[in-house]
Write a protein that binds this ligand. Sequence first.
Ligand code: ZN
Length: 137
Amino acid sequence: MNAVAVRPVAEIASYHAHIYFEADSERSQALALRAAIADRFAVRLGTVWDRPVGPHSRAMYQVAFETGLFASFVPWLMLNAGGLSVLIHPNTRNMRRDHLDDGMWIGTPLALDGEILPEDGGAEEAGAPNTAPTLAP
Ligand code: ZN
């Protein structure tokens, strides 16, 4: 067996979940999911974009979260995404690879314009949570 270049999990500084929605038909569902997340998880919720932005081909918002939340937050999203497309990707030092190669999808995968993403940069930390959870997941 050939040796493979094993990448340590320590490369991952944080994760993003990008929650996509059709702006004309799924916006209220996406915002209800956003509120349910805020009620249950100490994460950093990003701006709600009603149009494609960056590499993303559909309206969406970002949820930044610490690596320690993966095992509780991602399964919760699996059960509660409600048919919305969700991209979960690690944040390492290569944003293009993070989004295009190393992510995972809940629901239907969507196209990404990865050409605009840098292949070298800093590994983004999750940032301070801006939610105040009061409910158990
Ligand atoms: Zn992201």
